[in-house]
Design a protein around this ligand. Structure first.
Ligand code: SF4
Ligand code: SF4
Length: 310
């Protein structure tokens, strides 16, 4: 059995054992999706069903984003959990889950975290671009981690995995899940360096940040997907500083809500249909300010870096 297959088999075994032994009421994991380059998040309730659990480079969703649904009344200090949720987590997902614990949203004794060492998740847009005019009908991984794709002429194409990783994963240097009950070794080697042209806001001048923010806002569609998928953004607590089509307002709100809390999981970046660098917009300027000024940037107009961060 390959190391990749062994991790998946062990994950199935652990998840099934947790459900069978009633140590958790539900286990959040992934199942194969009918859509190429994706895996489907699933809440497993029966141990037998965990035989369909998968773990591969397509498991990019943050399962921590579903935790608010399972703990709607939060994890008040000292209160015992009324539901126990197991979940498979990448290092960034573990950080988000534990952040929710620290903030009293989720009780720690309500979680069983199975951490999986990570060497990055695939960016389906890169994979689709690598296929050119060919359309993917199905995709999987081979034992070495490269991507096997059945394309529309019936042939099979193998794409090297590393260049297809999401840009956030290529920058990530924290591959080891922390604070988990169990850690599985899912890593399979180094990834490429971060792509050129992207870097932390702190490495840029205020003027460069201003130009970059203007370019990002000009691409933004105001759909709010970056906000909805964030495991740490509480949609109910934040009804918004303005309409979602106020793109500068939306991103100023994201910044202020996520300042000092963002775990760099990249869920926002992956969800954005317009390719906006959503992480850049939640990072402070070199002077420690919000990069977006909503009042000057209504309806996505380019705006100057705004007031001081909280
Ligand atoms: S802002 Fe983006 S990268 Fe940060 S925690 Fe939210 S989804 Fe993850
Ligand atoms: S940054 Fe992307 S995901 Fe967020 S509102 Fe704009 S278009 Fe939508």
């Amino acid at each position: 059995m390959s190391p990749r297959a062994a991790v998946q088999a062990r994950l199935r075994e652990l998840a099934g054992g947790l459900l069978r032994g009633r140590r958790v009421d539900v286990f959040l994991g992934f199942r194969k999706s009918g859509i190429p380059f994706r895996a489907r998040p699933v809440a497993f309730h029966d141990a037998e069903d965990t035989e369909s659990l998968v773990w591969n480079s397509f498991c990019s969703h943050s399962l921590a984003a579903y935790l608010r649904d399972w703990f709607p009344v939060g994890g008040a200090a000292g209160a015992a959990a009324t539901v126990r949720v197991g979940l498979a987590v990448k290092p960034c997902d573990a950080r988000a889950a534990l952040r929710l614990v620290a903030e009293g949203v989720v009780p720690r004794d309500g979680l069983f975290l199975i951490g999986i060492r990570c060497s990055g998740m695939l960016d389906r847009r890169r994979a689709e671009a690598a296929l050119g005019r060919r359309e993917a009908l199905g995709a999987g991984e081979n034992d070495g981690g490269d991507i096997r794709v059945v394309v529309d002429d019936g042939s099979e194409v193998t794409l090297p995995r590393s260049p297809l990783l999401h840009r956030v994963c290529r920058e990530c240097r924290e591959r080891e899940p922390q604070g988990c009950e169990v850690v599985l070794d899912g890593a399979d080697g180094p990834v490429d360096e971060a792509p050129a042209g992207r870097g932390p806001a702190a490495a840029l001048s205020e003027e460069e940040v201003r130009r970059r923010v203007a370019a990002e806002l000009a691409r933004c569609l105001g759909c709010g997907a970056c906000r909805s998928v964030c495991p740490l953004f509480d949609e109910e607590a934040w009804t918004g500083c303005g309409p979602v089509e106020d793109r500068a307002g939306l991103h100023a709100e994201r910044f202020h809500h996520l300042a000092g809390r963002c775990t760099s999981c990249g869920a926002c970046d992956r969800a954005c249909p317009a390719g906006v660098d959503t992480l850049f917009l939640v990072r402070p300027t070199p002077a420690g300010r919000c990069p977006v000024e909503p009042a000057a940037g209504r309806n996505g107009a380019p705006s100057a870096p705004g007031g001081p961060s909280p």
